[in-house]
Design a protein around this ligand. Structure first.
Ligand SMILES: C[S@@+](CC[C@H](N)C(=O)[O-])C[C@H]1O[C@@H](n2cnc3c(N)ncnc32)[C@H](O)[C@@H]1O
Length: 213
């Protein structure tokens, strides 16, 4: 592998770890509020402790009337192994290289008026309902993650840029509805453009110079 290949791979890896701002998610998702009632949402590139997609759906779980929320994280997530205190309550030590899953069907509210950060923390730390270790690394293409995909109605995330084509291909293969962030160049990909032409995929409401949903 040449020096440029290494640089290219390092840049791709850095892009793959770009995290989405809460406000960006909220502003786009505001347009689809009525689409989530009774649905199972999967965020399958999302560390439950780190991802604002998870946070958004936890905060709005009751408001949107979700049936179930599943978030799976990938083994190389930077939070794994660094913020160990977050995982202190788990029975087993946290393994770098392992993926984690949060799979919930209710978000209890302490004050009954809205989901607070304290409610979210309690839920994430709950031994019964909180975050559990996956068998593998949480790759969205792995068997156990595909099982979660099969159970989902809508997939919402910002997937790794370097795997965008494969990621969308899998969603189409399993016939899932989705709302995802991608680089604007993705419109021109030979795997993506025909989907837009056939009206199977369309652009979101916001930031057209930056993202395609
Ligand atoms: C662009 S980041 C976005 C993270 C998060 N979804 C968000 O929007 O803040 C892409 C995420 O996908 C994860 N990832 C990379 N390769 C993956 C794979 N094969 N399967 C699942 N997740 C992967 C990365 O660790 C990273 O957390």
């Amino acid at each position: 592998m040449g020096k440029n290949d290494n640089l290219h791979k390092a840049k791709e890896a850095k892009n793959d770890e770009f995290y989405t701002q809460y406000e960006e998610i909220q502003l786009e998702l505001n347009h689809y509020e009525d689409k989530f009632k009774g649905k199972t949402v999967l965020c399958n590139c999302d560390d439950p402790f780190e991802s604002n997609f998870c946070k958004f759906f936890l905060r709005n779980f009751n408001y949107l009337g979700l049936k179930r929320l599943i978030c799976t994280s990938y083994g190389t997530s930077p939070v794994i192994g660094q913020q160990l205190t977050l995982f202190d309550w788990m029975d087993e030590p946290v393994m770098s290289g392992n993926g984690y899953v949060m799979d919930i069907t209710e978000v209890p509210m302490a004050n009954g008026r809205g989901v607070s950060d304290a409610d979210i923390e309690t839920l994430l730390k709950s031994k019964k309902r909180g975050v559990k270790k996956l068998n593998g690394d949480g790759d969205f293409r792995s068997e156990e993650c595909i099982e979660y995909l099969k159970q989902a109605d809508i997939v919402v995330t910002n997937p790794p840029f370097s795997l965008f084509r494969e990621y969308v291909g899998q969603l189409i293969e399993y016939g899932k509805q989705f709302l995802i962030i991608g680089n604007v160049n993705a419109i021109t990909y030979k795997e993506i453009f025909p989907l837009i032409k056939e009206n199977k995929v369309w652009l979101g409401y916001r930031s057209l110079n930056k993202y395609v949903f």
